[in-house]
Design a protein around this ligand. Structure first.
Ligand SMILES: *Cc1c(COP(=O)(O)O)cnc(C)c1O
Length: 374
């Protein structure tokens, strides 16, 4: 049966209906399972497998690669657990890895770790498909598109084709887009990797990560890595995440509509510079984003004239939490420069649109901008 993505999201990963059983079975809390005799069967010990993960992994796989069989998903304790699992399970001393130089702020930490293990790390910007220039002979290409927090977009298919021609594996961080915004495997990636902490689960109340891939040999290395380092999601988090998927389409639609409305409103403000949102037709990323994305995400970035101005704006906004992270049902924003690490101006704001009524959110932001001017 072919289904639309909203229908898919509400039914993803659900087991066959059984009389007197809930539609989505509750979390299974087990360190070990009854296992008399020969230790065969799917569930033996809680670090290896858990029925609550099994259902969640099935669901995420259905969203990342609808209608495909043989897709394997491995859930992790956090996005960074998933990112590290792909990189550290696939590369060896002497290999070269290509990372973006404008990606998630923990990537430089991964870079240090890789270099300590004798891996050569090359970087290039996301925009302009610049990673193509440093691809030669690499074992793995890591793509983050749209990039966080700069919101540059690269052409995944073009990069994946070039990488595969040289025998390079391709992983795409799909955190910002979510599987309803972009499907990396269909664009040619070997791995779709994401933090489920952000828009996927969308309530700002849990950490989760996942890796999806088609190749069983690659998947089994990732699965083995999870078992070796024990970076496993708790059953409660896995269950909450699965429960949250039912509203993914509703949340994404409202968040994307709010992000676009905000971007439009911000583009009319004299004090706002460097506005980026891939869904804005005039955005430098829009053309390629429109080709490979189905939704443009909840994150808008822009600059205000300096640190104090930005701080006043954040303090004035009432519907917007001054908080890091993104993708929650509640709008949030932060002055990204407070962390160091990202190459951003002091007045740079990363804004994550929630699911508030569009008019309320835009009015609140415009009022806060007015108040921040005086
Ligand atoms: C947040 C984030 C991560 C890391 O996820 P955690 O769940 O915080 O470990 C990785 N990539 C991107 C693009 C992110 O935004």
């Amino acid at each position: 049966m072919s289904t639309g993505e909203g229908t898919r999201a509400v039914r993803a990963g659900l087991p066959e209906a059984r009389k007197y059983e809930p539609t989505l079975p509750g979390p299974v809390f087990a360190a070990h399972y009854h296992l008399p005799g020969e230790p065969t069967g799917p569930y033996a010990y809680g670090r290896d497998s858990n029925p609550t993960w099994t259902l969640l992994e099935q669901a995420v796989g259905e969203l990342e690669a609808p209608g495909e069989t043989g897709v394997e998903t491995v859930a992790f304790a956090s996005g960074m657990a998933a990112v590290s699992a792909v990189l550290l399970s696939q590369v060896r001393a002497g290999d070269a890895v290509v990372l973006p130089d404008d990606g998630y702020q923990a990537l430089p930490l991964v870079r240090e770790q890789l270099e300590e293990y004798g891996v050569e790390v090359r970087t290039a910007p996301t925009g302009g498909d610049a990673q193509l220039t440093v691809l030669d002979g690499a074992k793995l290409l890591w793509i983050e598109t749209p990039s966080n927090p700069g919101l540059d977009v690269c052409d995944v298919r073009r990069l994946a084709d070039a990488a595969h021609a040289g025998g390079t594996l391709v992983a795409v961080d799909n955190t910002l887009a979510t599987p309803l915004g972009q499907r990396p495997l269909a664009l040619g990636a070997d791995f779709a990797v994401a933090s489920g902490t952000k828009g996927l689960t969308g309530h700002g109340d849990l950490l989760l990560g996942y890796v999806v891939c088609r190749n069983p040999a690659l998947a089994s290395r990732v699965r083995l890595w999870r078992k070796v380092v024990g970076a496993i999601p708790g059953p409660m988090e896995a269950w909450l995440a699965h429960r949250s998927l039912a509203t993914l389409q509703l949340r994404s639609d409202r968040q994307c509509a709010n992000a676009l409305a905000l971007a439009r409103a911000l583009s009319g403000r004299a004090e706002v510079t460097g506005l980026r949102y891939p869904g804005l037709p005039e955005d430098p990323s829009h053309e390629i984003a429109a080709e490979q994305m189905r939704r443009f995400g909840s994150v808008v970035s822009f600059e205000l004239p300096g640190r104090d101005h930005a701080e006043r704006f954040l303090a004035e906004a009432r519907l917007v939490d001054d908080a890091t992270s993104f993708g929650s049902v509640r709008s949030s924003a932060e002055r990204r420069g407070r962390w160091g690490g990202d190459a951003v101006a002091e007045g740079f704001i990363r804004f994550s649109a929630g699911v508030e009524d569009t008019d309320d959110l835009v009015a609140d932001v415009l009022r806060a901008l007015d108040a921040a001017e005086s």
